[in-house]
Write a protein that binds this ligand. Structure first.
Ligand code: ZN
Length: 150
């Protein structure tokens, strides 16, 4: 049986929710606000679906939606959005270091970012930093990689 998650069970807690909160967090960080039209564009879905989901997330306490001000994250919503964005960044940097193509990296990261614990993320962050600071090691690993994937 998988270990129980620590989050309270009253919350919607799914990759979809995390993707919304990640996108909203990124938009607010980048532009200062998150509009339904931008969220829909970034997630590649209709504005109607976004509005629908935003109402649910509002009811769950992750954000506050005001028709004219747009979407504002609550502390809880911001925490989750930030955490997913951090996982996204670390995983992307780690995989890109090895020269994997952008599309593969993006696809894999979007899947993995929902399934990584804080401890694992710390390990990967450490690895990424070490690799970025050690070009000789990275070169050696990339050579091995190109041999094994032939
Ligand atoms: Zn992501």
């Amino acid at each position: 049986m998988p270990p129980k998650r620590q989050e309270p069970t009253t919350h919607v807690d799914s990759p979809a929710v995390e993707d919304y909160l990640e996108q909203i967090h990124n938009l607010i960080e980048g532009k200062g606000y998150a509009r339904v039209v931008d969220i829909a564009h970034n997630l590649g879905i209709s504005q109607a679906s976004v509005t629908n989901m935003i109402q649910k997330l509002d009811a769950e306490g992750y954000l506050v939606y005001e028709r004219y001000r747009g979407v504002v994250l609550t502390d809880e919503g911001r925490q989750i959005g930030q955490e997913i964005a951090r996982r996204h960044e670390v995983l992307t940097r780690l995989l890109s270091t090895f020269g994997l193509d952008e599309e593969t990296v993006y696809k894999d990261v979007e899947g993995m970012e929902h399934h990584i614990s804080r401890q694992t993320l710390d390990v990967l962050t450490l690895l990424m930093e070490e690799l970025e600071g050690n070009p000789a090691l990275l070169k050696r690993l990339k050579q091995k990689l190109s041999r094994t994937s032939l």
